[in-house]
Ligand binder design. Structure first.
Ligand code: AMP
Length: 176
């Protein structure tokens, strides 16, 4: 099996209609996570499509993003920093409130999670509307980090989330 054969595992991404709300088709990656060769192919492909960005550090978005960020960081010998939901991080932190389609959300990051000038790659499982990834990039930039790219296992292209990332290069393994 080569690292470019993740398409062979697309059936391991389960479509769950009307979760968590009516009208949302949820892309459930847990069957893929349970399959060793598929997980390896996914991480290998994330590494391949982001190699040219020359990141120093990977930032993972809670919570499924942590799985891919940590595995990618390990595979590429980089460190990983965390962007979390409010109230989870113990030390000095920065926070950002951002608008969702309906309502708002908040994310936090330790103030020293990214060093000024550090080249950072943002990782999450799914790019949907781009609100979360856009807010994550803004938080990293707020502490002086350079966001060199954002990468996702799955991009829901029809939602146009890339726009929320402006000029930041966006890479994805599987597009729907
Ligand atoms: P967004 O901020 O709209 O790009 O949403 C991104 C976050 O919500 C990611 O962390 C995803 O894990 C999750 N998400 C949004 N839509 C879906 C979906 N259809 N299937 C699975 N996860 C989703």
């Amino acid at each position: 099996m080569t690292s470019s054969s993740l398409q062979a595992y697309e059936h391991l991404i389960r479509n769950v209609p009307d979760f968590p709300k009516p009208g949302i088709l949820f892309k459930d990656i847990t069957p893929l996570l349970q399959n060793g060769p598929a997980l390896r192919a996914a991480i290998d492909q994330l590494a391949e499509i982001t190699n040219d960005l020359n990141a120093d550090l990977v930032v993972g978005v809670e919570s499924r993003g942590f799985l891919f960020a940590a595995a990618l960081a390990y595979a590429t010998r980089r460190g990983v920093s965390l962007v979390r939901k409010p109230g989870k991080l113990p030390a000095d932190k920065v926070r950002l409130d951002y608008a969702l389609e309906y309502g708002s959300d908040t994310i936090e990051m330790h103030s020293d999670a990214v060093q000024p000038g550090q080249r950072v790659l943002v990782i999450d499982d799914v790019l949907a509307t781009g609100g979360t990834a856009g807010a994550t990039a803004a938080l990293i930039q707020q502490v002086g980090g350079l966001v060199v790219g954002a990468a996702f296992l799955i991009e829901l292209e029809f939602l146009g989330g890339r726009v929320r990332l402006g000029d930041i290069p966006v890479r994805s393994v599987l597009k729907y």
